[in-house]
Design a protein around this ligand. Sequence first.
Ligand code: ARG
Length: 493
Amino acid sequence: MAQLWKGRFKKELARETNDFNSSISFDSRMYEEDIKGSIAHATMLGATGIIDKSEADKITTELTDILDEIKSGELEIDNEAEDIHTFIEGELTARLGQTGKRLHTARSRNDQVALDIRMTLKKEAQEVISKVKELVGVICDKAEENKETIMPGYTHLQRAQPITFGHHIMAYAAMLLRDIERLEDAYSRMNVLPLGSGAIAGTTYPLDRQMVAELLGFGGVTQNSLDGVSDRDFCVELASALSLIMVHLSRFSEEIIMWCSWEFKFVELDDAFSTGSSIMPQKKNPDIAELVRGKSGRVFGDLTTLLTVLKGIPLAYNKDMQEDKEAIFDAVDTVKMCITAFAPMLKTMTVLKDNMRNAAAKGFINATDCADYLVGKGLPFRDAYKATGELVALCIDKGLTLETLPLSEYQGICALFDEGVYEAIKLENCVFNRKVEGGPSPESVTKQIEIARAKIKSDSDNEIQYEFTETEIEEIRHLIAVPVFKEIFKDKK
Ligand code: ARG
């Protein structure tokens, strides 16, 4: 397929170089954004009189057909094309002749690709946000069912204090809610129209950039043409938010993998989300969780790729920047795929409550509560801590637990102990009395769940949308008299 930049050259690009130079294999996924961007551009060219309105009309109508045909599979994208921009413009020109050649007036592929990648990533960021919300919803449901499921909480992977499984997993909901905020924040900086920056130095044509921004649902326009074409900070920000999601999913996966082991046996994964071994008939492996943990490496790699590609390039556009797409698309696709597999795995996972409760009964995880009991009797905490430490040592010596140690032994170490200690160290009481905001008591976890559910709900109500009302669309349509406008932008409402 012919390049767009022929005039100056006497030879075709070498075959090997053509493949090396081409980005069609990975940028064709932006065909819809590319076409919609062109429709908005042509609409503006017609409305401002930069090109003839009737020609703008023909261009937008034909581009709409091209879009429909690609969507339906009627028109196949040519893999020999240099990139998606070349392909679409070439197709348009093949159909419209001279008129098609007017589309690229006052535009460069540099601001065009900067537009396409922003539009694509805005859509992807929203998709990731809804997926993360779904996962938070699954966690909330699981937590609700397990508000009273006592388990040991760990520090240093040593049994530390009693918590509930509901409380434990709501920690992941908290992380993921921050991830949503980070994605929304990155979105806000993608939401600026670069078109009009031209190749580097803007253009002499009297463009109406605000109109294009409005047509495409951008919140504003970029303020410096060099920055407009060479900024990929938003790719880095998105990759960074995605990397943190993977950190969180990877930690959660690691815990699920441990909980599946015979050493823990806290959970059992559904058969549909586990695999077997080709040689060991007894094996049931948590492969999905392991893959999620493993795939985090790809996403961190994508972030590193983006940072490295950008760090040394002078202003403004350089071809190095073509490398942004595979990295950021891989990061987006990997995260989406991981959440798609992780959420149902979590939803169908059986919580083995008795095993958690039995593990909580060992390891003296109520020792802090025993010390707190003595504090309640008037002893300073440091002395109470020491007395309890001696009790734990005594229990270990005698092969007993704090629950089974006779009162006489308690009193031998501190005279302040009476029968009430056994109530104070009951695991249920230890957990249910931790009513502090953010704590593990069922009331506190209920509140955490309520807050999380409200966030995923209110966020979806405010979902970042293209902001046009029916009447506004009508008005703009009238203003620029482009018949296909409403059809094309109907899903942007
Ligand atoms: N395929 C290119 C990219 O992804 C499009 C921009 C090409 N611009 C240029 N001046 N060669 O970056």
